[in-house]
Design a binder for this molecule. Sequence first.
Ligand SMILES: O=C[C@H](O)COP(=O)(O)O
Length: 241
Amino acid sequence: MPQKIAAGNWKMNGTRAALDEARATAAGAPDGVLTLICPPATLLPLMPAGLAKGGQACHPAASGAHTGDIAAPMLADAGATHCLAGHSERRQDHGETDADVAAQVSAIWSAGLTAILCIGETLAEREAGRTLDVLFSQLEGSLPEGATAANTVIAYEPVWAIGTGKVASPEQVDEVHDALRGRLIDKLAEGGEIALLYGGSVKAGNAAELFALENVNGGLVGGASLTADDFLPIARALAES
Ligand SMILES: O=C[C@H](O)COP(=O)(O)O
């Protein structure tokens, strides 16, 4: 069985005052689930024990003259075990291509971290009936050779559902996750064991029905991961699924 993962992405939110929420989340994290928070890099070394920690992005190089960037070994040094790659906000705001994302995933692996590779279609692509084509193409282009259940997690995040309050329906998520699972099994020896997360307006009220789906192994949660009151019920719903 793939690992169950409740992953929070704090995005560009949080100063030291937010560490109280991380502490409360760590204190209430349920057994049987990897509860992970990807805070801003400034908070990474300050995060409490009892939670897994992740970076939100990294540069493909291990060091060098890249002002403002963060390298995967620095994230590892600051306590991260995971790092997101290819989040749609990075693809949009920073023009990251599949090739850029693949280079980041390789860097994440080289630093001994697990990559959480994000893929997702826009509303226009969904309405044009291209959802699976887009996702398979992102998978092909942004996941290098060598993915295993230990070094890779895939997060399906429909762009139109991120931060909009519009969660994908269980039918839509089920269809996509089943297709992704099939593709991973076809391509990779450990494709059946790689955790598949859903992301996009996950909250306490919809978590249980999403996590009940066969190929949904957890969530990548943005807004509802910022407080323990919002995030813990999601992690608990996953533990009970
Ligand atoms: O990384 C998290 C996703 O972008 C989902 O964000 P959201 O839960 O605020 O919609």
